[in-house]
Ligand binder design. Sequence first.
Ligand code: C2O
Ligand code: CU
Length: 463
Amino acid sequence: MTHLTRRAFNGSLLALSAAGSGLPRLAFADEIPVLTAREGTAQLAPPAYPPTAIWGFDGKVPGPVLRVAQGARLQRRFRNDLPQASTIHWHGIRIANAMDGVPGMTQQTVAPGTEFLYDFTLPDAGTYWYHPHNRSWEQMARGLYGALIVEEKAGAPEVDSEEVLLIDDWRLAEGAQIADGFGALHDWAHAGRIGNWITVNGQGAWSRQVARNSRHRLRLVNTANARIFSLEVRGLAGWVIALDGMPLDSPHPLDRLTLAPAQRADLIVDVVAADGEEALLISHERDGEYAIASFTVSGSAQGDRLPEPAPLPPADLPGLGDITQARTARLVMEGGAMGRMTGAMMGGRMMDMRAMAGAGKVWAFNGMADMPDTPLIEAARNETIRIAMTNDTAWPHAMHLHGHHFRQLAQDGSVGPLRDTLLINRGADAEIVFVADNPGDWLLHCHMLEHAAGGMMTWIRVA
Ligand code: C2O
Ligand code: CU
């Protein structure tokens, strides 16, 4: 990686300004904003507890909200001031392959004390996010993530406010510090690293003041390593208007909302709670319901609720073409605790579960517990591809495809909304279909980060 610096460019800087217009203006490296991964602290727990030592972008959790206009270019000098190598993956973006942030596949890791220049354009409006892709099971659990919002060119819904809500699940120990035990085999073979403390935007009690009958856009992101959220609102009523960044054809009345790791949902909500009451975002957990965000109602925006919002302008993606003629790749997910798998291929050899566990691998795709040398499927550019997945494990998995959005294909041939991450329940089958229009090598993995590290990782190649 080379960077343009003023020093290296001293001479030509003068020459350029003298030459004046006609040339595209070069962005000098020191004019591109820096995004630094570093240690910091955050008051995750209530004020009676000390602040938690975290890793965060610009030292904060969440990192800065990056906002860009649709079609615009995003440039960031990623500086790694962590004690570990890292990268940034721009989750859900139909991005140029070299900017996808996958170590060993699209770039080298960024060593401590060094930089990498991310530079790409954002084709689709929507709610996206960014996170590391090296040891993500540790780095994200320590707080490294942020929202990336791409604003609609036109047709953004009219709202009184917009809130980006990043929902996370932390495992805190004594003194509200992040519990160690990254890489614990028990977590890896079960549901992943499930925590004991939920935050919204790094706060245990996120709250805003709103007026009755006011309208808000909520951009929800599940940034947890492994927790699946089952959400509900009280004192708010509204619609889901987008999933995983992609607009729905029409607003879908808001009811229970399942948000698997990495999934997003854009909501339009109206405050229907009375003046003086509290509207809530609720997370249903096994041991009860938790209010994870609250909206204190004060005053009234207008007499009545507003009419149903119009759908967001659709994303400009190629049509699926003839699905029945499309090639299908098969993906069988195996392994984990209480699974049927007795062993899988590792390092080119068949290993039993014990040997696998010794090497930190407890899951497999198609009998392979490593990243395979060959892609799951090699697609021609613009070819329609189907992937038929079978979850032959005792756990749900959140399958994420890089660089593309796909639709779930139902048995009757109908297709679901565009997504980049799909939750597949234990024992379930799910088939996805997409147009492989983005050239490069792209990961397909479980976004329960311990599952990915434990073997649930493969890739596709688009010519
Ligand atoms: Cu959000 Cu491969 O990741
Ligand atoms: Cu999984």
